[in-house]
Design a protein around this ligand. Structure first.
Ligand code: NIG
Ligand code: FE
Length: 419
């Protein structure tokens, strides 16, 4: 079906496909290109034509007069853990009473707590819960998402989680990318024989997951108390052997060598970076590894915010994501992430916007598919009732549904503009 959106006030993030072949950094990160007074034609869920209103011919097909409203691409959320069994409210109360995330984890809470609950839940129930969260996230304006395993922590449960992600991928209207995160934590029963768990990850989980084609990426939580830089390197290499590209959780609480390993192996992305030395910033600035910031997690855990300004000024590639998960960021709201990126990480609204669209798409190998208004891209769009300036996105902090969402060329959710 052909749909024409016309009288678009400003069409943001309009780029030629060729311009999307590389990630944005430095000066390029500072500009969000746009077209004023535009039209956009969608056919079969994809953008097939874009231009200024004066070039629009007759409206054949369904036309929607946007009456000067602005249009942007949907958010691309390149780091989530949205498949989980249940919230962790008791841990939230413990943290409010003064305990740290790491202290709670050391007592068997945290990631392992989520694993115990997930193991008990049926695959069907897990899917239904995740599907509802995915629906919520799309209504909040996210048009592509990465989802990690890592709450199974044994072969069967990791496979169960990845099958749920695979089903979401097949049944969801937006692109879903799967990441295997078996090395999310050492399960406490393995505390005194961690090499056994590592062996299970390396020689049981990785081959099975690759064989069943259940993930595109492999991830490790490289952090004191979790996995060392040496173990991380082993896992990255084993993943590569089976065709899994690496992305890492690193530098959330300490610098423990993850950045150096990531840069040396030219992996896709290093995520978190609440703690980052000048040397590590320097390393990233000279590499093609994406620095993915998750300011929602820093906010929720009351950690220092990642130094977005220093990273951008150094010339590093930068992306933003929600980290949606029950332990460190229970919201997938990318508007909130934009606000935190500007207010607490020192980014400009344009940098934050590019980081959560073009660069996030690039980090998921989805450039030209989502994250920009380009001919051939999926028509996953946000329509704003009133957007005076891109800064308004962060200024209004959460923008709870002050927008309408179009997914594959169709309205998604109840907030729709009638033609
Ligand atoms: O990205 N840091 C490691 N993993 C998640 C938190 C997972 C959890 O606490 O359940 C994160 O913050
Ligand atoms: Fe995470």
């Amino acid at each position: 079906m052909r749909t024409i959106l016309y009288h678009i006030g400003r069409l943001w993030q309009y780029r030629r496909r060729e311009a999307l072949e590389t990630a944005l950094r430095g000066e390029a990160l500072k500009q969000v290109p746009y077209l004023d007074n535009a039209y956009l034609i969608i056919d079969d869920g994809r953008i097939v034509e874009v231009g200024p209103m004066e070039e629009l011919g007759t409206i054949d097909g369904q036309g929607i007069d946007l009456k000067g409203r602005d249009v942007t691409p949907c958010w691309v959320d390149c780091h989530t853990h949205l498949v989980f069994a249940a919230p962790r409210l008791e841990e939230f109360r413990m943290r409010l009473a003064g305990m740290s995330y790491e202290e709670i984890a050391a007592r068997g809470g945290g990631i392992y707590n989520s694993a115990l609950r997930l193991r008990e839940m049926s695959e069907e129930e897990l899917y239904q819960r995740a599907r509802r969260r995915l629906d919520l996230l799309i209504r909040m304006g996210t048009g592509a998402v990465e989802i990690k395993s890592g709450y199974g922590l044994d072969t069967d449960s990791e496979l169960k989680m990845l099958r749920v992600i695979d089903r979401l991928k097949r049944e969801s209207p937006i692109p879903v990318r799967a990441t295997f995160l078996g090395a999310h934590a050492i399960p406490p029963p393995y505390r005194d024989r961690r090499e056994k768990y590592l062996e299970e990850v390396l020689y049981e989980m990785v081959p099975r997951i690759a064989e069943e084609q259940l993930a595109a990426y492999i991830d490790v939580f490289c952090e004191r108390g979790y996995f060392t830089a040496e173990e991380t390197e082993q896992i990255i290499l084993q993943g590569a052997k089976y065709g899994l590209k690496a992305r890492l959780h690193t530098n959330q609480f300490s610098s423990s060598g993850g950045i150096e390993v990531a840069v040396r192996h030219r992996i896709v992305s290093v995520d978190h970076l609440e703690v980052l030395t000048d040397e590590e910033i320097q390393l990233l600035s000279q590499s093609e590894v994406m620095a993915t910031l998750l300011p929602g997690a820093a906010f929720f855990l009351r950690s220092p915010f990642p130094k977005g300004r220093a990273l951008v000024d150094s010339g590093a590639r930068l992306a933003l994501a929600s980290d949606f998960n029950p332990g460190s960021c229970p919201t997938p709201n990318m508007f909130f992430v934009q606000a935190l990126a500007c207010l607490r990480c020192g980014l400009t609204p344009e940098e934050a916007f590019n980081a959560a669209t073009v660069n996030a798409a690039y980090s998921l190998d989805l450039q030209g598919e989502v994250g920009a208004i380009a001919v051939g891209a999926r028509a996953n769009l946000l329509v704003f009732d009133e957007l005076k300036d891109l800064a308004q996105i962060s200024y209004e902090i959460c923008n709870t549904l002050q927008h309408s969402v179009i997914i594959n060329g169709k309205w998604y959710g109840s907030n729709q503009i009638r033609p």
